[in-house]
Design a protein around this ligand. Structure first.
Ligand code: HSE
Length: 395
């Protein structure tokens, strides 16, 4: 019997409990052994819970119990999740997490500690909710050099954009609905300002390159400035607007990464990804394009990825599965100013169109001209147009 502890009984933690209790013989068959929840750590009281005896408020109960070999960290946030994960790994317990903030910040160290202590640090649920993407990057696609990853990586913002621009709902009511469905972060600013997608992009970029990509180095913009006019004019030229996390590896090995709303061609597979669904388009040098699609947030989809990691950890007690992710030597990031994009521009400054290359006017509305530009470096665009227009980069 493999004994586990769940840290945090919120949306994901209660989903993990539910899945593990749903069909234990099926889980045991897949893990090669039965899996028993020995503890649930939470600071709140759960007096009505059918197994209230499992609850503890003291992490030491778990840490000092040698029977517990897998710790499921689904608390979110950096502390105490970081200290708890580190202590568990130092004791040779495997840690499974959905905590993207922690993986993006301390992933390099926690992966190394797992290796040094014959344990595992698994984080499939940290990107794309229930979508398998971490294991494919770390295992199935390893014959490829991954040179591009583009993803719709935040379920809340994709849900909001779909509700607002396809169903005419307001931003506030769409966000409230996303919160009530258990999609949004505790502080929804992390979703709508792009921070959550940024951390996920950093995790994907780190796995794609095998080198730690620091999320602080990824320019990040959220969805709050997108207007109905943007969506209307983008639609006129065959595009939709999506919040995209991108990482591209140039021939010099430099990583060009950004999280921002992008105009996505209606011909792209990413254009039809709506609601809470996420999708990650990966390009490998041998395989070409491959897309991963599914529910990017929510209790059971996210918990299903966590439980799959628990099963994998149970199959590999005291056997480290190598994760391709180590400290980068030197600066591997492309200077954002050197990155090249086409831009979609909305402006009341009539002269601007004359000063930018490759301009194609789409139309005018209430004194504003809307156009696209040809390819240009970000620093050149900002020098000419920064502060004079609303703009969205084209994917
Ligand atoms: N708030 C996140 C999202 C949860 O909406 O995608 C899943 O990481």
């Amino acid at each position: 019997m493999v004994k586990i502890a769940i840290l945090g009984y919120g949306t994901v933690g209660s989903g993990v409990y539910e899945i593990l209790k749903k069909n234990p013989p099926s889980i045991a068959k897949k893990a090669g052994d039965s899996i028993e929840i020995k503890y649930i750590l939470d600071i709140r009281e759960f007096d009505d819970h059918p197994e209230k005896h499992l609850f503890t408020k003291n992490f030491d109960d778990i840490l000092n119990d040698d029977e517990v070999s897998i710790v499921v960290e689904v608390m979110g946030g950096l502390e105490p999740a970081y200290s708890f994960s580190k202590s568990a790994l130092l004791k040779g317990k495997s840690v499974v997490t959905s905590n993207k903030e922690l993986v993006a910040t301390h992933g390099t160290e926690l992966i190394r500690l797992a290796k040094e202590h014959d344990a595992n640090y698994f984080f499939e649920a940290s990107v794309g909710g229930g979508i398998p993407i971490i294991r494919p990057l770390n295992q199935c696609l390893t014959a490829n050099e991954i040179d591009e990853v583009h993803g719709i990586l935040n379920g809340t913002t994709n849900f909001i954009l779909t509700k607002m621009f396809e169903e005419g709902a307001t931003f506030e009511s769409s966000l409230r609905e996303a919160q009530s469905l258990g999609y949004a972060e505790r502080n929804p600013e992390a979703d709508v300002e792009g921070h959550d997608a940024c951390r996920k992009t950093a995790i994907l970029a780190s796995l794609a390159t095998g080198k730690f990509v620091d999320y602080h180095d990824i320019p990040t913009e959220g969805i709050t400035k997108i207007s109905t006019a943007d969506v209307f004019f983008a639609g006129k030229i065959g595009y939709v607007i999506k919040l995209i996390g991108s990482a591209e590896v140039g021939p010099d090995g430099k990583v060009q990464a950004i999280v921002a709303p992008r105009l996505v061609s209606k011909d792209s597979q990413l254009a039809d990804v709506n609601g809470v669904f996420n999708a990650i388009l990966v390009h490998g040098d041998s395989l070409g394009d491959v897309m991963f699609y599914g529910r990017g947030a929510g209790k059971l989809p996210t918990a299903s990825a966590v439980v799959a990691d628990v099963i994998d950890a149970a199959k590999h007690i005291h056997i480290n599965k190598w994760v391709i992710w180590s400290e980068a030597e030197g600066d591997i990031m492309q200077n954002p100013g050197e990155c090249v994009y086409r831009y979609f521009v909305r402006t009341s400054n009539k002269a601007l169109a004359e000063n930018l290359p490759g301009v194609d006017v789409i139309g005018t509305l209430e004194g504003e001209t809307v156009f696209t530009t040809g390819e240009m470096k970000e620093k050149d665009f900002m020098q000419t147009a920064g502060g004079k227009c609303a703009y969205i980069r084209i994917l």
